[in-house]
Design a protein around this ligand. Structure first.
Ligand code: CO8
Length: 261
């Protein structure tokens, strides 16, 4: 495994890659160097055929308390614009493998946006989400205003983004921002996320990637286009051995062995 300064990588299961944000003194504030490391680790897992799902987490106290305010505070418009500040921070949304965010503690600003970029979010009861940028004279820059609006509607998003108030794990679950809140035990949310990753990794990787692409089409395309995308991807699966194996195994009352081809 590579040595990183601001993240840790491991494989809690042979088929699941885990990235842990590790800048404890700054509550995992997202700096450019941290993001460069994160993108590199995610790309490595994405390219590894033996990995079927990726889990992204922080610490018990903070998933991430936002973009690094100290790094940003003196930034000029010309520099931000010309150098496309934050543009490569959304690389994770272009991965093929599913990404599960396991959120404990603060997920604020860019931290909330980072979680929203994942495919699935699991939260521990301590998770605190929010887009507090308005309280420091700016606005969300990593997709918060858009992804939250898609997830929870206009009125709630406006209230959150215009006041900066945080929302709890329970609210996030009620509103459908997270798929579920797990038990309170230490490390529970990561354990559950890895278990979920293991379950996904046991499926055909091609089918999983096609399914992810189809669901994402619902957020990127209109209904007619999305339905067409889904139908084409569905038809495509009939060109794979995994579909033949999956359906043969069902007919023969046995477990399928997927080879990801
Ligand atoms: N940036 C830099 N340092 C931070 C950040 C941050 N976002 N958050 C916390 N820290 C540092 C603190 O400065 C402190 O450092 P030090 O010990 O050197 O003073 C240390 O972490 C511990 O923090 P606190 O002492 O403040 O801990 P508390 O428990 O008192 O408070 C809070 C915790 C409530 C989380 C508080 O730290 C806080 O409000 N943090 C800032 C939250 C925020 O405003 N986040 C939004 C930032 S703007 C943003 O994210 C823009 C998004 C850009 C797009 C990103 C795309 C992915």
């Amino acid at each position: 495994a590579k040595e990183y300064q601001f993240i840790l990588t491991s494989r809690p299961d042979p088929a699941v890659g885990l990235v842990t944000l590790n800048r404890p003194k700054a509550l995992n504030a997202l700096s450019s160097p941290l993001f460069n490391e994160l993108n590199e680790a995610l790309a490595d897992f994405d390219a590894d055929d033996s990995i079927g799902a990726i889990v992204l987490t922080g610490s018990e106290r903070a998933f991430a308390a936002g973009a690094d305010i100290k790094e940003m505070k003196d930034k000029q418009f010309s520099d931000a614009y010309k150098n496309r500040f934050l543009e490569n921070w959304s690389a994770l949304t272009r991965l093929r493998k599913p990404v599960i965010a396991a959120v404990s503690g603060y997920a604020l600003g860019g931290g909330c946006e980072l979680a929203l970029m994942a495919d699935i979010i699991l939260a521990s009861p301590t998770a605190t989400f929010g887009q507090p940028e308005i309280t420091i004279g700016t606005i969300p820059g990593g997709g918060g205003s858009q992804r939250l609006a898609h997830a929870i509607g206009k009125s709630r998003t406006m209230e959150l983004v215009l006041t900066g108030r945080t929302f709890s794990a329970q609210e996030a679950e009620r509103w459908g921002v997270v798929s579920r809140v797990v038990g309170a035990g230490e490390g529970e949310v990561v354990k559950e996320a890895v278990e979920l990753g293991r379950s996904i990794a046991g499926k055909s990787q091609i089918a999983v990637q096609a399914a992810k692409e189809a669901v994402n089409a619902a957020f990127e395309q209109n209904l007619a286009e999305g339905l067409r995308t889904e139908r084409r991807l569905f038809h495509m699966t009939f060109a794979t051995q995994d579909q033949k194996e999956g359906m043969a195994a069902f007919a023969e009352k046995r477990k399928p062995t997927f080879t990801h081809v």
